[in-house]
Design a protein around this ligand. Structure first.
Ligand SMILES: [Zn+2]
Length: 301
């Protein structure tokens, strides 16, 4: 598991001061400092203050030191080093090039600097994940991926914006006291533990009360879809569907059976493939054995 390192501003200042002291030996020939955007800006300010040299936005060969918060693959700083610039960084990774910032503080943990935390657009988070898995977010095929991921996530979680009261608002007055079953309603959801898909189908059944309310079958499918389009665990999704039917239709009983396969199981080598079945029974569906038996027959037919 990845370990995280979230340095405070004070720790970052300390690391930048150490870097400044390393660079002090070059002070005489150097007359300005440049921070590689964005992360290098804070370290550059610390160096500027400590060595008494100005910041510059245009590095000048032979005069400007180039600093960054972190050297990882080193691709940015190598570019400057190859041009003959003096370069350094506050932190480095064990796999960073040996010639770049060799005295920087080494850590193999996943670093999130104070200026990177929680303030970015959601697409920045996707960029960070791509970097984290060793990908290059700037290569052609990945350029628009952050935008696409956020768009897809928004669609897949659009159920947060819907209310069961609206979905089940159009009801009919029909004197029907037999069980009503919608079977095999397909759905796709995201497990809240891994944000990986689980898909399957749901059976939703209820027994209307005398003079009770009945809802169009498509509304029950929409209800399933609404709860599926949120981050879920299958058990809770099953309960929520049943409880919504119970609350808004006030039937004698409700039964919901959900069967699904979870890609977080099948794809992640836990080797627990196969389907998971969850059920929620309320009222007569829970208390009356014959109602339950009837549901099982209708569910399996
Ligand atoms: Zn999961």
């Amino acid at each position: 598991m990845t370990e995280y390192f979230n340095p405070t501003f004070a720790e970052c200042r300390h690391a930048a001061e150490e870097m400044a002291d390393r660079l002090a030996a070059r002070r005489l020939s150097m007359s300005s400092v440049f921070g590689v955007p964005q992360g290098g800006l804070f370290p550059a300010m610390v160096v500027s203050e400590r060595l008494g040299i100005p910041l510059t936005s245009e590095p000048e060969y032979g005069r400007t030191m180039i600093v960054d918060d972190l050297v990882d693959s080193g691709s940015t700083l190598i570019k400057y080093a190859n041009q003959g610039f003096v370069v350094d960084a506050c932190y480095r990774k064990p796999w960073s090039p040996a010639t770049i910032a060799p005295k920087a503080i080494e850590t193999d943990k996943w670093i999130a600097f104070p200026w990177e935390r929680d303030h970015g657009a959601p697409t920045d988070a996707v960029v960070r994940i791509l970097q984290h898995i060793g990908e290059d977010p700037s290569r052609d095929g990945l350029l628009d991926t952050p935008k696409r991921v956020i768009k897809a996530m928004t669609e897949l979680t659009s159920g947060y914006k819907l209310d069961p009261a609206d979905v089940l608002s159009t009801t009919f007055d029909v004197s029907h006291d037999e069980m009503i079953v919608v079977r095999g309603v397909p759905f796709s959801s995201l497990c809240e533990h891994h944000m990986l898909p689980f898909h399957g189908h749901a059976t939703v059944a209820y027994i209307p009360a005398a003079g009770g309310r009945i809802v169009g079958l498509s509304k029950l499918a929409r209800l399933v879809d609404m709860y599926a389009r949120r981050l879920q665990v299958q058990e809770r999704m099953t309960d929520q569907i049943a409880e919504a039917v119970d609350k808004y239709l006030s039937p004698l009983g409700v039964g919901v059976i959900v069967t699904a396969s979870h890609t977080c199981m099948s794809m992640r080598g836990i080797q627990r493939s196969g389907e998971m079945v969850t059920a929620k029974m309320i009222g007569a569906m829970r208390d009356k054995a014959e109602a339950r038996a009837e549901l099982m027959v209708l569910h399996k037919e």
